[in-house]
Design a protein around this ligand. Structure first.
Ligand code: CO
Ligand code: CO
Length: 352
């Protein structure tokens, strides 16, 4: 009998993340700020990774991600977990170099062969990223959990943070949305892995884009983040807040997997859909013409989602075209706007 990994856990992937509101409440009183001037980026702007400067041209990019199974096939789960963890280095404009594995495995209930397959899946993607797996740590636990700690390098002069989106920039999203609802549908047995192949292919696509664009175009990218557990609305809001700007997003321009709206209408929803909606409530204004179940795509928790890039308007079309050679759904979904002082308008406006 083949065990379906998604049936061994209550929630899977980035949908299992502790909500931003709970994190704020429980960690808000703690002070993590450091006096070390070489710490360039820490946790306070909810950026994708921490940055630590080594020389004026070289900085470490450090991040960690792990989660429970989001798909049934062990090799595929390993691939998705690795691509998702590597993504935060790419989202800072960095290049991943070394990885350490984090593995919790239920030896009492799962065949150890599954562990081998998960790690083989991860290794295939680490190799594709030209990074190296140096080791890791494993424990015997009630449910399977897997992920990576990843260290990369970036030139701090050209890193992409959440703080540097500029008024007038165009916003590019590189991958379609919908992995949250589609994998919820998989877990509910509404879909098979084959039926959501489009989303699986997307989740195992590395967010590496530096090989697609010239160095001069790289400088036209002012800010970037990857869309993961907090959904497009949550991650866009974090960039808007850190950069002190607003955003206009065109709902019909947002790339979405073919089955994502049918899946949302069939109410394949997770707790994260609700917590992401509540997290972004005050920052978001939706045009009235947008169907309320369809609008849940904005709050859909992505696992191994795409990059949201804030780019100079002169270069947006050219960058989009370069990206489409690998990310065929990459699209310009909106623009960065001025935040009027004292305005009561929500900073992020979603138009039909
Ligand atoms: Co991220
Ligand atoms: Co992350």
């Amino acid at each position: 009998m083949t065990i379906k990994l998604t049936q061994t856990v209550q929630k899977g992937g980035c949908a299992a993340k502790i909500s931003a509101e709970v994190l704020r409440k429980t960690l808000g009183s703690l002070n993590f700020s450091s006096n070390d001037p070489d710490v360039l980026i820490d946790g306070k702007d909810f950026d994708d990774a921490g940055i630590y400067q080594i020389t004026p041209e070289i900085a470490l990019v450090q991040t960690l991600d792990f989660f429970t199974p989001i798909v049934d096939t062990p090799f595929l789960f390993g691939q998705i977990a690795a691509v998702n963890a590597l993504s935060d280095v790419y989202a800072m404009g960095g290049t991943p170099k070394t990885c350490l594995a984090i593995l919790a495995f239920p030896l009492a209930t799962l065949d150890p062969e599954i562990m081998t397959e998960v790690l083989a899946g991860a290794q295939s993607k680490i190799a594709e990223a030209n990074a190296s797996l140096l080791g890791g740590h494993s424990i015997d636990d009630d449910t399977l959990k897997f992920g990576l700690s990843v260290t990369g390098l970036v030139n701090p002069k050209s890193m992409w943070t959440n703080q540097t989106a500029k008024v007038g920039d165009q916003l590019i999203l590189t991958k379609p949305l919908g992995t949250g609802t589609l994998t919820a549908g998989l877990k509910n047995s509404d879909y098979t892995e084959e039926q959501i192949q489009e989303a699986l292919d997307s989740m195992i696509t590395l967010n590496s884009i530096l090989d697609l664009i010239s160095p001069s175009l790289k400088d036209k990218i002012h800010a970037a983040t990857d869309i993961t557990g907090f959904g497009l609305a949550g991650h866009a809001m974090q960039v808007a807040k850190a950069s002190q700007v607003g955003m206009n997003i065109l709902f019909h321009k947002i790339p979405v997997f073919k089955l994502a709206f049918p899946s949302l209408r069939a109410e394949n929803l997770t707790k994260a859909h609700r917590s992401n909606e509540s997290y972004t409530k005050l920052a978001l204004k939706l045009s009235e013409g947008i169907d309320s179940l369809d609008s849940k795509i904005l709050f859909d928790p992505q696992t191994s989602g795409g990059l949201l890039l804030s780019v100079h308007p002169d270069a947006a079309e050219e960058i989009k075209t370069c990206l489409q050679s690998r990310f065929k759904s990459a699209e310009i979904i909106g623009s960065v706007t001025q935040l009027e002082a004292g305005s009561i308008e929500a900073p992020i406006q979603i138009h039909e």
